[in-house]
Design a binder for this molecule. Structure first.
Ligand SMILES: *[C@@H]1O[C@H](CO)[C@@H](O)[C@H](O)[C@H]1NC(C)=O
Ligand SMILES: *[C@@H]1O[C@H](CO)[C@@H](O)[C@H](O)[C@H]1NC(C)=O
Ligand SMILES: *[C@@H]1O[C@H](CO)[C@@H](O)[C@H](O)[C@H]1NC(C)=O
Ligand SMILES: *[C@@H]1O[C@H](CO)[C@@H](O)[C@H](O)[C@H]1NC(C)=O
Ligand SMILES: *[C@@H]1O[C@H](CO)[C@@H](O)[C@H](O)[C@H]1NC(C)=O
Ligand SMILES: *[C@@H]1O[C@H](CO)[C@@H](O)[C@H](O)[C@H]1NC(C)=O
Length: 512
């Protein structure tokens, strides 16, 4: 195997250096040629070439003679090469061409007379202002059209009407203000119009797209969800718009809709999402919700209500969402969390409650939790009963609270705990904390933090690693753990070798 690889590498190297391969290019046995830092499309590219990739070059102009030799060309990709103009009919005779990608150049229009067999056309990151009907004429096989990050200001469905096979249309990052007319492309599955200037989408303009599954209008100026969207939709993105309310009655015909994204709008309440019976993901973060959504869909698996103004979490909101796995309520002002509010969510594995106003860990959380984030609340005490049933918990974040003591019995039931974050708390480093340390050590939990705020002589030490505290507590440990004395001593020595890093909690989110 090794020999074979070496042989192949040598072969391709010799090929790359052969007189058939132009300078600054490498040619491989798969009829693929890659070139960098060119000033023009080179002559002498092997005529059998199927794939030509040129990038980081300075090729201002393309003309038909550049391609006359390339009668087998299937993919032509020219990236970041400052190309400004393409002469009429440059690609016309390339009857085998399937993929044309000309992104990150300076084109002001779509190249004309594109060959009939084209399937993929990507013109992202150019300066195209206007599309003409003739641009796409005859492209009956085109499946993918990408025009992201150009300067297009209007999209008229007529221009696209000949694209009978089109499946993906991506026009994000333009200046589109309106869609004038009806799109009627039978195979169109994926439409993305993010970051444009749409303030209104006429109800019927998309209705006829009978295959449409993924639609994104995120980053526009829309004040309502367009009505009469096609029934086939699976995912609808409306983030970063100007929605003040959502009328679920207008979208209830979307019986297969599973993902709805409404973050960063101006919503002050959500009610009636249960009309979307197949919804599994609902994201409404960064709105102005003062209450959790009422009447949630029964199949919901993920609910993101982070960064709102929610104060209370009660059982009433979660009565019928038994499949919920991920609940994000971080960055709200939750001060009331009813005991057992989530008891019926018997699949819940991920609960984010960081940056709220909780004074204690909510009682009777589901036993299925794998990750519980309570960072940045005002928790002072941890009661044994709050944690004892969380036998699946792997990550517990208690960073930046007001906890000073930790009863080792609170940790005993957490048999799978892998990561525990304790920094930013005013630990009172009494000898009893060493019992908690023993329990954590036995589990192999990775613990961050534990700096002592009291008593004065321990300040700056950490109860998870300080030798000083261990020496001072030796007497205490002798008293309580006489029989384990010697074993304990050697284990305590182990501890002192562990370095506690205070890195940020990016990896709280990894669950194994
Ligand atoms: C390719 O086009 C350039 C202009 O960009 C021209 O100078 C050059 O001669 C052409 N090469 C071939 C092989 O036609
Ligand atoms: C290129 O073709 C367009 C029509 O498709 C025509 O209007 C234009 O004059 C042509 N340009 C040249 C230089 O032939
Ligand atoms: C909804 O999904 C089902 C199952 O995938 C499918 O049979 C049905 O045609 C879809 N409904 C619509 C309106 O697309
Ligand atoms: C959506 O829900 C309806 C009934 O509520 C059901 O008939 C249909 O099959 C569901 N579609 C999917 C994809 O689950
Ligand atoms: C720390 O705990 C000890 C023993 O329980 C107690 O006497 C002392 O007041 C506590 N110190 C602080 C600052 O809470
Ligand atoms: C702990 O960190 C110090 C410096 O930060 C380093 O010198 C030492 O080797 C580390 N100890 C272990 C056990 O990693």
């Amino acid at each position: 195997m090794h020999l074979l690889c070496t042989l192949l590498a040598l072969l391709s190297l010799s090929h790359g250096l052969s007189p058939n391969c132009p300078g600054r290019c490498s040619c491989d046995s798969m009829q693929s040629v890659q070139c960098y830092r060119l000033m023009e499309v080179p002559s002498g590219i092997p005529s059998t070439t199927k794939r030509l990739y040129i990038s980081h070059s300075r090729i201002q102009h393309l003309q038909p003679s550049n391609f006359t030799q390339l009668l087998a060309l299937e993919d032509f990709i020219l990236v970041a090469s400052g190309t400004e103009s393409i002469e009429n009919d440059t690609f016309k005779t390339l009857s085998t061409l399937k993929t044309l990608e000309l992104w990150k150049n300076k084109l002001r229009g779509v190249p004309n007379a594109l060959p009939d067999n084209l399937e993929v056309l990507k013109l992202n990151d150019n300066s195209i202002c206007v599309l003409y009907g003739s641009d796409f004429e005859g492209l009956k096989k085109l499946k993918v059209l990408e025009l992201k990050n150009n300067l297009i200001s209007s999209l008229s469905p007529n221009m696209l009407s000949s694209l009978m096979s089109l499946q993906r249309l991506m026009v994000d990052g333009n200046r589109i203000e309106s869609i004038d007319g009806l799109l009627t492309l039978p195979h169109l599955k994926h439409v993305s119009m993010e970051n444009n200037k749409l303030s209104h989408v006429p109800g019927s303009s998309l209705t006829a797209l009978q295959s449409l599954q993924f639609l994104s209008f995120s980053g526009n100026l829309l004040t309502k969800i367009p009505t009469n969207l096609p029934k086939s939709l699976l995912s609808l993105k409306m983030e970063r718009n100007q929605l003040k309310m959502v009328r679920f009655g207008d979208v209830k015909h979307l019986e297969n809709l599973s993902h709805l994204y409404l973050s960063q709008n101006f919503l002050s309440s959500i009610d009636g999402a249960q009309l979307l019976a197949n919804l599994t993901t609902l994201e409404v973060s960064q709105n102005q919700l003062q209450m959790l959504p009422l009447r949630l869909p029964a199949r919901l698996q993920k609910l993101d209500c982070s960064s709102n103004l929610i104060q209370r979490v009660t059982a009433q909101h979660f009565q019928d969402v038994r499949d919920l796995k991920h609940l994000f309520l971080d960055n709200n002002i939750v001060s009331v969390f009813e005991a057992g509010a989530l008891q019926r969510c018997s699949q819940l594995s991920n609960l984010a409650l960081e940056q709220n106003l909780l004074l204690s860990i909510p009682l009777r959380l589901p036993k299925t939790l794998a990750r519980l984030d309570l960072k940045g609340n005002a928790i002072q005490d941890i009661a044994v009963r709050e944690l004892k049933d969380l036998t699946q918990l792997q990550v517990l974040n208690l960073r930046n609270n007001r906890i000073s003591a930790l009863d080792f019995r609170a940790l005993e039931g957490l048999s799978r705990l892998r990561h525990l974050y304790l920094d930013g708390n005013p630990w009172n480093c009494t000898c009893s904390l060493l019992r908690a340390r023993e329990v954590l050590k036995a589990k192999g939990t990775d613990v961050k933090g534990g700096q002592c705020a009291a008593p004065a002589e321990q300040q700056g030490e950490s109860w998870m690693s300080s030798k000083k505290i261990m020496r001072q507590c030796e007497h205490h440990l002798h008293q309580t753990e006489k029989s384990k004395d010697t074993r304990m001593k050697s284990r305590l020595e182990d501890f002192s070798n562990i370095n506690m890093s205070m890195d940020d909690d990016d990896y709280d989110y990894e669950i194994y």
